[in-house]
Design a protein around this ligand. Structure first.
Ligand code: PNS
Length: 161
């Protein structure tokens, strides 16, 4: 069985992420979307549990996708999941530089790890979770950037603050 891991921060999941998840799920038998507990980035806007809940909600139509979280190194997580396949999305040349470093460092850490890249759909090239967080704070998030469910969760989050 071909298992792939799509790791990320997903704070929150965007339509760009969802497009990658849907396309990646067609390329593997089973896809694990893994949210990083990132101690270096602080706590973020949403907790890891909230991010996982949103990911579960927006991927409920995909029966070969599981939502999980991990801490520590991605290669160790991949090993624990008995796979060597990492999937990442690429929006631009800027992403490519950073992703190349990550993929090559992961390969140094674990020789048989493979990272494959899916090009972000053109309509999502400019979408990032950080711009989503900022625009939603000012209630200026355009439609079609995040799934409707995530839009509601963003509104709830800012209303509570
Ligand atoms: O959505 P992001 O923030 O671009 O995802 C980055 C992620 C989670 C893929 C990356 O930070 C990661 O894999 N972190 C785990 C720690 C690790 O394995 N680092 C690799 C060696 S530098």
């Amino acid at each position: 069985m071909k298992v792939g891991i799509y790791p990320g921060s997903f704070d929150p999941v965007t339509c760009g992420h969802l497009d990658i998840i849907e396309r990646a799920a067609k390329q593997v038998d089973f896809l694990i979307v893994a949210v990083l507990y990132n101690y270096q980035k602080g706590n973020g806007l949403f907790t890891v549990d909230e991010r996982k809940e949103m990911l579960s909600a927006v991927t409920s139509h995909l029966d070969n996708v599981e939502i999980d979280s991990f801490s520590g190194l991605l290669v160790d997580y991949a090993k624990a999941k008995n796979t060597n396949l990492i999937i990442r999305g690429l929006r631009s040349g800027v992403d490519l530089e950073a992703e190349m470093q990550l993929a090559q460092m992961n390969k140094k850490l674990m020789l048989d790890i493979e990272t494959i890249f899916l090009l972000t759909a053109p309509e999502h090239r400019f979408v990032s979770s950080s711009s989503v967080r900022e625009l939603s704070l000012f209630q200026r998030l355009p439609e079609g950037i995040v799934p409707t469910y995530v839009e509601e969760q963003l509104k709830n989050k800012w209303n509570k603050r």
